[in-house]
Design a binder for this molecule. Structure first.
Ligand code: MN
Length: 441
């Protein structure tokens, strides 16, 4: 089923929740991002972001504000403590819930008038809530989709042979670790590991000295596929329930020593932070765009990765940014330092649907809630490089923070915040909320 623009995307729609009408909010009534939260020590509850508030979807269902099908799915998500039952239901029920929620939160509907009268039971201030992982992630795979990232990293380590010969043919990825994926706001501990700074000396074991972040966009799988049954590229997009932001924390010194010949392992598996909201495929319908054109000398994708619709609208127009605040900056109340800004659609070489088609092309089964991350999103310009390894060029071009401190890699107390926002003329901008983490020693 195609994601389509409908009445829920109308530019003129307003919510009875005032903060949702603020032009700078990530969560106007046109977004309706879904997540799981806990308030006042209660059980995990499904919610939808609206302005600076969260709508408690269980309360909405109990107040008979949702249709029976949506209410049943919300009940199942509440029982499971994750949105997986909704993802498993597929695109039609997800769209039905979106339509129902839109009516509940608009200021010009009967449902909206009813809901406004019950605001005290329906709304929780987002800043008072604990954000949880929106979905139960069974498996997490991380790709290497940004050709600029792959070229930069290649140039650092292999000046003569920056891009390996497989890059433009096969979406490169590795199996990540789902157990250490944490929601935004959770502390991230500096990993210990084996490193070898001096190629003449024996390796050492100790805390990583080259801790880094990676700015990524994650696709969350909706309906899965049976083992042995690949998802064809033409239907792959419909298996994506939505997107979130991903920080794939990386220990470069551990990675450099361990990665050959099987790829990243303990350099990545200590933590991955995701933004707490699933911005649904339906919410993103106005922001579908083509990927940047491949260079004329580049190969065409093999048939199992080629599809005309994916070619014309398989990507998403997202502006991404990374902000850093050191402990001293917080003490001095200095504003966060903007480390980089970039654009997803002009930086990646493969669409999320191509990643889904490739991942399942050997018969591998994906399941609802699986996370497929893009890989570091870096653009061609230095200020659009999505990790410190590239941004400081392996530490040779340190950044200077407003306090005069310098950064090659992350120090204890550093807080990294990632943001993403979609804009298009004629539509209300929407955003992803924050993907935030503080490094602890
Ligand atoms: Mn990564």
């Amino acid at each position: 089923m195609k994601a389509a623009i409908d009445e829920t995307h109308g530019l003129e729609l307003r919510s009875w929740v005032d903060s949702a009408n603020d032009p700078t909010t990530d969560f106007p009534v046109q977004n309706l991002a879904l997540g799981m939260f806990r308030a006042r020590g209660d059980r995990a509850a499904p919610g939808a972001g609206i302005g600076d508030q969260i709508v408690d979807l269980t309360a909405a269902a109990e107040s008979a504000l949702l249709d029976a099908g949506s209410a049943k799915l919300i009940e199942a998500c509440a029982a499971e403590g994750a949105l997986n039952p909704l993802l498993e239901a597929g695109p039609e029920p997800m769209r039905a819930l979106r339509r129902a929620l839109s009516r509940v939160l608009r200021d010009d509907t009967d449902e909206g008038r009813d809901a406004r009268a019950r605001a005290a039971t329906l709304l929780v201030r987002a800043s008072d809530a604990e954000h949880l992982l929106p979905v139960r992630i069974g498996d997490y795979s991380d790709f290497y989709s940004s050709v600029h990232h792959a070229s930069n990293v290649g140039r650092m380590f292999r000046p003569d042979n920056a891009l390996l010969p497989n890059y433009k043919w096969v979406p490169i990825g590795y199996h990540g670790r789902a157990s250490s994926v944490v929601p935004s706001g959770q502390r991230v501990y500096r990993p210990f590991g084996q490193t070898r700074a001096d190629s003449e000396a024996a390796p050492q074991f100790g805390p990583s000295q080259r801790l880094d972040y990676e700015l990524e966009v994650g696709a969350v799988i909706g309906r899965g596929n049976a083992l042995g049954t690949p998802i064809p590229i033409a239907s792959a997009d419909a298996h994506i329930a939505g997107l979130c932001l991903v920080n794939d924390w990386s220990a470069r010194d551990i990675q450099t020593w361990e990665y050959q010949p099987l790829g990243p392992f303990l350099a990545k598996s200590f933590a991955t932070t995701i933004s707490p909201w699933l911005v649904t495929r339906d919410a993103l319908a106005p922001f579908r765009v083509p990927l940047a054109d491949r260079a004329s000398e580049d190969p065409a994708p093999l048939p199992y990765l080629a599809d005309a619709t994916d070619r014309s609208q398989g990507a998403f127009a997202i502006e991404l940014s990374v902000w850093l605040t050191s402990a001293r900056m917080r003490e001095e109340r200095s504003a966060p330092f903007l480390v980089s800004t970039g654009r997803y659609e002009s930086s990646v070489y493969w669409t999320p649907a191509q990643l889904v088609a490739h991942h399942t092309s050997n018969g591998c089964n994906l399941r609802p809630g699986d996370l497929l991350a893009s890989g570091t999103v870096s653009g061609p310009a230095p200020e659009s490089r999505g990790c410190l390894l590239e941004r400081t060029w392996r530490g040779t071009e340190p950044l200077t923070l407003p306090t005069g401190e310098t950064r090659r890699f992350l120090e204890d107390g550093d807080e990294v915040v990632m943001r993403g926002r979609c804009e298009r003329a004629g539509f209300r901008p929407i955003g992803f909320g924050e993907c935030r983490g503080i490094v602890s020693g």
